[in-house]
Design a protein around this ligand. Structure first.
Ligand SMILES: *Cc1c(COP(=O)(O)O)cnc(C)c1O
Length: 365
């Protein structure tokens, strides 16, 4: 682990660094990390005012002071990203395809009428923040440092328009292996996560708010998550909870195309590329609920899973369609050779420096 007190501060940076004098590192039980509840020592904060980004700073992690009239509380201009830093066996720390998250953050910003964050400042802040809190990157086989960049509207104004002021911030959380068990999902035939022309492709906070109630109803029926369908016909599969949906149908990896209602996941893109590398046939196409249901009956659908940064690959062991539950075999014995497991291992090997990074995805900090 890095000795934080030995770190040098680069004064040539485009932001300030105010290092904490009281690290909380020794208060953390790394063998018992509660996902998303432990926060590293520092955060990055940068404000947008008077039409431009002001000088940002890395500061001790702590609360924001905000006016109750801050526009984010009323009209919901809020976007975020989720990415991870991984520790390799040799102790070094790398970010996984950070450029993809930065690019997507600015796509989200444009859709929500928020200012884009200059890519170079974003990248520099990200690297510096992970670097200053290097000691917080856990070294367990499945542990990592979860990174949460976000932006909120901060103008104090109770009138409907886009805000003139924003805060962009990044904080990080050491996290352990995500719960690995399979999930039971219900095909959602009534509620909608995203509509054509809407904000489904953006990582906007409001998309999540709107999905909570239908998800709660599904949980009351004994499911863990929803398999979202398209807004107009509810006949085509879109996403799995807050992950991209993938199926193995007749041995081929099948996933719907991204669109303005399907978020362009970095994990999805990486998994598809790795499937091609591994010689697994990939089909990017629509999957109807009818095809899914028939395939579950005949066994043509052998695997189903969600893919995303938090859990990487989340196996689905039951799909509910209009009141009928179809189990899927995710028994550990078969899992070793499952497409999901092969892809998960291939991805993890790159993230942790155990395999050749032929695509240049790992960016050392
Ligand atoms: C974040 C997210 C994903 C997964 O994206 P990754 O870049 O792989 O983490 C998928 N769907 C939705 C709706 C998301 O918000």
């Amino acid at each position: 682990m890095t000795d934080v007190s030995q770190m040098k501060i680069d004064t040539t940076r485009s932001f300030d660094v105010h290092q904490t004098e009281t690290s909380r590192l020794d208060q953390v039980d790394f063998s018992n990390l509660d996902f998303g509840r432990v926060f590293s020592d520092h955060m990055f904060v940068m404000d947008f005012e008077e039409g431009r980004w002001q000088r940002g700073a890395i500061e001790p992690y702590g609360p924001f002071t905000m006016s109750p009239a801050s526009m984010v509380f009323h009209y919901g201009q809020a976007i975020f990203e989720g990415m991870k830093a991984y520790r390799s066996k040799d102790g070094s720390v790398s970010l996984f395809r950070p450029g993809k998250n930065i690019e997507r953050f600015n796509i989200s910003a444009r859709r929500m009428c928020m200012p884009e964050v200059p890519e170079d400042i974003f990248m520099e802040a990200l690297a510096a923040l992970v670097d200053i809190d290097q000691a917080w990157v856990p070294d367990g086989d499945e542990a990592s440092l979860y990174i949460r960049p976000f932006m909120i509207a901060t103008d104090s104004f109770v009138g409907v328009r886009s805000s003139d002021k924003y805060t962009f911030s990044i904080f990080t959380c050491p996290v352990d292996a995500y719960y690995k068990g399979a999930v039971r999902v219900k095909v959602e035939r009534h509620y909608t996560r995203a509509t054509p022309g809407g904000t489904g492709f953006a990582k906007a906070a409001g998309n999540y708010a709107g999905s909570l109630y239908p998800s709660q109803l599904a949980r009351q029926e004994g499911y863990d998550q929803l398999l979202w369908t398209d807004a107009s016909t509810h006949e085509f599969i879109e996403e799995s909870g807050t992950m991209n949906a993938m199926f193995v149908i007749n041995g081929k990896l099948v996933s719907p195309e991204t669109s303005d209602t399907i978020l362009n996941g970095v994990t999805r893109d990486s998994v598809i590329t790795l499937a091609n590398d591994l010689g697994i046939e990939v089909e990017i196409r629509k999957i109807s609920v009818t095809e899914l249901e028939n395939g579950l009956r005949t066994g043509a659908v052998s695997e189903a899973f969600g893919v995303g940064t938090a859990a990487t690959i989340k196996s689905i062991d039951l799909i509910g369609v209009d009141g009928t539950d179809y189990p899927l075999n995710t028994m550990p014995a078969e899992l070793g050779s499952s497409v999901a497991m092969q892809l998960s291992h291939a991805l993890d090997a790159i993230r942790r420096g155990k395999a050749d990074d032929t695509h240049g995805w790992s960016i050392p900090v």
